[in-house]
Design a protein around this ligand. Structure first.
Ligand code: ACO
Length: 341
């Protein structure tokens, strides 16, 4: 019993810290102006109802999520002076894998020269990053792994119907890679509260292409390989769940809005972000927003925020991350930033 207590204490002293971050953004910029030539929409509607000005789209034959992920991973390895041989685990958050199998983790590792690893994909839609970060945290805190490559990447343009104005204005493509390593300096992932509820399955999903309804001429003709979303239903639940999880996270860690450097929400809709920030009592100057530039990049939204903030973040800065996505899946993570740039 005594030994168990000692080992638990020791284990808790090891935190999982993000020790480096880099991103890959496709060059092609899809503007509201261009979208208004494809469907009956306007810059005014999109800005007022969603807050997106433009998004990146991966163009080019034969390019997939793993290509974006590998570009981000290679930039990260170079930036942090990390040898691919030192990466012992690769975790990929995505709902747009190159194919059902093998995993995107295998493909990204192959393209990045990573050989001494094992790894897998995590499917949690827009909550993919926080779910994968918590998975990485468990592997670090248990002492099983020392240098994890976490990639959050989605090629949403592959499952977006550019004849459907309800969804085509929302999504973009991007990949972010980060290193997760152990730290004994009380920085990194401090706490996490994640949840899922499968009763949300009919509000946000891909109708076909899985084992329930394998792809066929009929499913393709019906556009069932494209994302389906009941926007209003998702909107309401997203605001409540993100705010409730984030408030609970702050309360149980005795954090007030003044203690936070940033609140970093999933970037799905500016109105959702504003509503969540208000419910939490956080001033808009502390709410990170970059949805106008990239749209909803699913697993990559929170990582893109961290990547953009990296140069200004200081070691020990308190960050609350918050997400909501298909499943439903949602949650909040309390992170203490681990380094000065
Ligand atoms: N341009 C112009 N009009 C449009 C557009 C558009 N791009 N899209 C919809 N409209 C129209 C609709 O057809 C409708 O017209 P009607 O009244 O004549 O029928 C009207 O605008 C209102 O449509 P709503 O769907 O009620 O619009 P709403 O204000 O709810 O906004 C949106 C839609 C942006 C999708 C919003 O509901 C939303 O953000 N939902 C949540 C998104 C989210 O958080 N997703 C979770 C993560 S995604 C993931 O997990 C992969």
């Amino acid at each position: 019993m005594v030994y168990t207590n000692i080992s638990l204490t020791m284990k808790n002293e090891i935190k999982a810290a993000i020790t480096g971050i880099d991103a890959y953004l496709p060059e092609y910029i899809l503007t509201n102006q261009e979208l208004s030539t494809l469907v009956d929409t306007s810059d005014e509607w999109i800005m007022q109802r969603v807050g997106i000005k433009e998004r990146r789209i991966l163009k080019g034959e034969g390019l997939a999520t793993s290509d974006m992920g590998a570009e981000a991973a290679k930039k990260l390895l170079k930036k942090t002076g990390t040898s691919p041989d030192d990466i012992d685990l690769v975790l990929v958050a995505t709902i747009t894998p190159d194919m059902a199998f093998p995993s995107t983790a295998c493909l990204i590792a192959e393209k990045s020269g990573i050989k001494n690893f094992w790894g897998f994909d995590v499917s949690a839609a827009c909550s993919g990053f926080l779910f994968t970060l918590q998975t990485a945290t468990s592997f670090i805190e248990s002492g099983q792994h020392k240098k994890i490559l976490l990639v959050a990447a989605d090629k949403m343009s592959a499952i977006t119907d550019y004849t459907n104005r309800n969804t085509c204005v929302l999504f973009g493509d991007a990949a972010v890679a980060m290193l997760i390593e152990p730290s004994t300096e009380n920085v990194g992932v401090m706490d996490s509260l994640l949840q899922a509820d499968g009763s949300g399955k009919d509000a946000l999903f891909l109708r076909a292409g899985g084992s329930l309804k394998p792809a066929s001429h009929a499913t393709v003709d019906a556009g069932e390989h494209y994302i389906y979303q009941d926007g209003k239903a998702v909107f309401k639940v997203a605001v409540t769940k993100m705010a409730d999880a984030s408030v609970a996270m702050m309360e149980r860690n005795n954090l007030s809005p003044d203690d936070l450097s940033w609140f970093i929400p999933h970037q799905a809709n500016l109105r959702i972000i504003d509503a969540v920030g208000k419910r939490m009592g956080i001033g808009s100057d502390k709410v990170m927003i970059n949805i106008q530039k990239y749209g909803n990049t699913t697993a990559a939204t929170i990582p893109l925020c961290l990547w953009e903030l990296e140069r200004t973040l200081k070691k020990g800065d308190n960050l609350i991350l918050s997400t909501f996505g298909g499943g439903f899946t949602w949650g909040s993570t309390f992170l203490k930033w681990a380094y000065n740039s």
